[in-house]
Design a protein around this ligand. Sequence first.
Ligand SMILES: [Zn+2]
Length: 159
Amino acid sequence: MKGTDHLERGQRLFYTEGMTERMDRIDEVLTRLQDSAFRRKFRLGAKERVYLDAKGDALIAAHAYDFIARRLAPAMPPNDGKQTPWRGHPVFIAQHATGTCCRSCLAKWHGLDKGRALSAAEQAYVVAVIARWLGLRAADDNQHGNGSAPSPEQTPFHF
Ligand SMILES: [Zn+2]
């Protein structure tokens, strides 16, 4: 079977001790997210895939770290619930797809409580979730053609 590429992408970037357990946990959450019709709708569009390939995994992960640190990690993120745009960067799409878009979704899907700052390890976990989803979707979309992110009008709620 084709498609070990995405595993290597995720593993290459985030290899640390205990990674196998962490990857298992991430895959478990990603499987649960597939049960949500809302989360399932998110796909990388052609533009996002081109961007992803052009920038490379390391730079995309750096962008993800930056977005998470500024928009999600503070105890009270500015504009929480609306801080993640619907398009414009593959990481934003991945955040909506993985329930890492705001602190309410992060609490609901990943069990990380609101009202306190995320630790460095938790931020790394969130980035690993995003990277994993991007790796899987990049492989997926190559096989199944492109979709695009739903418009905000169609998706007023995060749950
Ligand atoms: Zn959210």
